[in-house]
Design a protein. Structure first.
Length: 338
């Protein structure tokens, strides 16, 4: 399940940045060295507009959002994550040398360290269901919420599509001075287009295949509601029959919560397993821990593949995850759930 619970958003329709960083100091890479001096504005995922007299240069970003900006050549001065950066799927392969790590656990951000970085912008996804930005949701440490007092917070909405999310961060990076037409960025987009074409071809060859996105936990099994999972909405848009649960939790509609006794309410042909840092980490281990897991025919058959749950932010990562899903779809039996 989405392991973090969310916060209040920007309070004003338009916020003028005070410019905490010094004029000659930048936290960006050479790709942003030609950033315009200003004025600057960006429409937040909440619909509010943030403006500045000059282009922000000293940026603190949440993990996935940092990866997105870095993929376009914008390097933040600080990053906060929901798990250790060595295991965070967005950060584990990035060179973070010179970037201050401000937190490696959901809800815990070292605001004193953050303040010392003199940020003039904080970047975190906007979560519509919670009306909050990443890392500032309801339930985080009260001290962590003070991050939003250091600089305005902006981010792209976790809305209807990961492709739209990535494009939103491309737009943000461009506004900060990135060269979004650089050859390496074009190559990454081409790689994504090729992965998507292969995925669509594999899905079209299995028109009867059904899948369910699930996240097992000690007390229950969570079935993802695609309405609040943009990557699942993308899969549906591209032809994959992702099951829509009929009774999402009214208070937290990302999921329908099933007891282990009722884990077989849905019988998909393929399980999309929450690919975040869960323990146990395999289908077999969950079967040993909760034998009723194998009441799901797909689990019993080992028809399980990792689902990139709520973390994708770049063309490169999405391409790699699509390749894995394509391989699983190609070998899936569309009659397992019958």
């Amino acid at each position: 399940m989405r392991a973090w619970r969310p916060v209040p958003a920007l309070a004003a329709l338009s916020i003028v940045l005070a410019g905490c960083g010094s004029a000659g100091t930048s936290g960006t890479t050479s790709a942003a060295s030609a950033a315009p001096s200003g004025p600057w504005s960006f429409t937040d995922g909440s619909g509010k507009v943030v403006t500045a007299d000059r282009t922000p240069a000293r940026i603190i970003a949440h993990a996935g959002e940092a990866a997105a900006l870095m993929s376009f050549g914008i390097e933040p001065v600080g990053v906060y994550a929901d798990e250790p950066v060595k295991t965070d799927p967005n950060l584990k392969d990035l060179d973070l040398t010179g970037i201050e790590i401000l937190g490696q656990e959901w809800g815990k951000i070292d605001v004193e360290k953050a303040a010392a970085l003199r940020p003039d912008l904080i970047v975190g996804d906007w979560w519509p269901a919670e009306k909050a930005h990443s890392g500032l949701e309801e339930g985080v440490d009260e001290k962590s919420k003070k991050l939003a007092e250091l600089a305005p917070v902006v981010g792209v909405s976790q809305g209807r599509s990961i492709v739209d999310l990535v494009k939103g961060y491309e737009d943000l990076a461009e506004s900060l001075g990135a060269d979004v037409d650089a050859p390496e960025i074009a190559a990454s987009k081409k790689r994504f287009d090729e992965a998507l074409a292969s995925f669509k071809e594999a899905v079209a060859a299995k028109p009867g295949l059904t899948v369910a996105a699930m996240s097992p936990a000690d007390d229950k099994v969570y079935v993802a509601n695609p309405e609040y999972a943009p990557e699942l909405l993308d899969f549906q848009r591209w032809g994959l029959k992702v099951i829509n649960p009929d009774s999402p939790d009214p208070g937290f509609p990302y999921w329908e919560n099933l007891s282990w006794e009722n884990v077989d309410k849905y019988q998909p042909d393929l399980i999309l397993w929450d690919g975040r840092n869960h323990k146990p980490t395999s289908n077999a281990e969950w079967g040993e821990k909760q034998p009723t897991w194998f009441k799901i025919k797909a689990a019993r058959a080992g028809a399980v593949v990792a689902w990139p749950a709520y973390w994708l932010h770049t063309y490169g990562h999405f391409a790699a995850e699509l390749d894995k899903l394509t391989a699983a779809v190609k070998v899936a039996d569309p009659n397992i759930g019958d």
